[in-house]
Design a protein around this ligand. Structure first.
Ligand code: CP
Ligand code: NVA
Length: 310
């Protein structure tokens, strides 16, 4: 594993290994600073074109805890924001830092950066994918329910955003039952479902059908970053709120997940969020542990970065 560009490219075995490592790093951290520091001597860059609280903080802390140095580059402050091409930015950073974590719009930019930089590249969210979040979500399911195997997972909200897409690929690889409930126009396209080719993934416009007997109920914002002001799209979701009425249809021992930030009164009620806050903020904390596990895997590739030898 040289990069983490999407969950789609991870095998079942790889996902299991990352989650196992995250569990052991989380346990270790409770006992004090880590003894092994795989990022010692390395400098990693965070290059973000969208806002972030959890992702930025968890990566900055995680890199430091693993012995590395970190720099935050907002696209507004670097030449990328003034139109310098990603492939040029990549060839510069690839000669100076050991790895880069990117939050941006177009998935192709992350792919191009990985290609042109030659250094480990992690997708910290694009319009298509949020692999770091899904790893933290899986860790949370394992901690709360013991396993995702045999569980029924529902996603209510935008059925074709970065989170619902990432969930579909995780479900395909790991085999749990996964159902998306979204309004027409916000469901995965037929072409996408065909490419996914996962009989355990289903889609519906009926939130009750999706949530029926579900062990895990997920939601996410109705309008993702970059879609601000799309009131017509937002209006489509009025019947897709995770509220206590909807949760009556879930399994009695269900958990609720939200990647955050949450908009109370829209995709989730304040009542449900607060009732499930322990799980949801555990999920947020798990970003740190899951990403450290990914960084440990990529650390060895960071050491061989091209810049040092060119
Ligand atoms: N869930 C998540 O990625 O949060 P941030 O946007 O705050 O990083
Ligand atoms: N779908 C959301 C996820 C935020 C973590 C967005 O892209 O804004």
């Amino acid at each position: 594993m040289t990069h983490l560009l999407s969950i789609e490219e991870l095998s079942k075995e790889r996902i299991w290994k990352i989650i196992d490592k995250a569990v052991s790093l989380k346990t270790e951290r409770k006992q004090g600073p880590h003894e092994e520091l795989p990022l010692q001597g390395q400098t990693w860059a965070l290059m973000f074109s969208k806002s972030s609280t959890r992702t930025r903080v968890s990566f900055e802390v995680g890199i430091r805890e693993l012995g590395g140095s970190v720099m935050f580059l907002s696209s507004n402050d670097i030449q990328l924001g003034r139109g310098e091409p990603i492939k040029d930015t990549a060839r510069v950073l690839g000669r100076m830092v050991h790895g880069t974590i990117i939050r941006t719009f177009d998935q192709q930019d992350v792919i191009d950066f990985a290609h042109f930089s030659g250094i480990p590249t992690i997708n910290a969210l694009t319009d298509d994918a949020h692999p770091c979040q899904i790893l933290a979500d899986l860790l949370t399911i394992r901690e709360r329910l013991g396993t995702w195997e045999g569980k029924k997972v529902a996603f209510v909200g935008d059925g074709f955003n970065n989170m619902s897409r990432s969930w579909m690929w995780a479900a395909k690889e790991l085999g749990f039952e996964f159902t998306i409930a979204a309004p027409q126009g916000c469901l995965p396209t037929e072409k996408y479902i065909e490419r996914l080719n996962a009989p355990n993934v289903s889609i519906t416009t009926d939130p009750i059908e999706a949530v029926k007997d579900a062990d895990v109920i997920n939601t996410d914002v109705w309008l993702s970053m970059g879609e601000e002001g799309q009131t017509a799209k937002e209006a489509l979701f009025k019947d897709y709120q995770v509220n206590s009425e909807l949760l009556k249809h879930a399994h009695s021992a269900h958990i609720v997940l939200h990647c955050l930030p949450a908009y109370r009164g829209k995709e989730i009620t304040n009542e449900v969020l607060e009732a499930h806050a322990d799980t949801i903020f555990q999920q947020a904390e798990n970003r740190l542990h899951a990403q450290k596990a990914v960084l440990c895997r990529l650390a060895a590739h960071g050491q061989t970065f091209r810049g040092m030898f060119s």
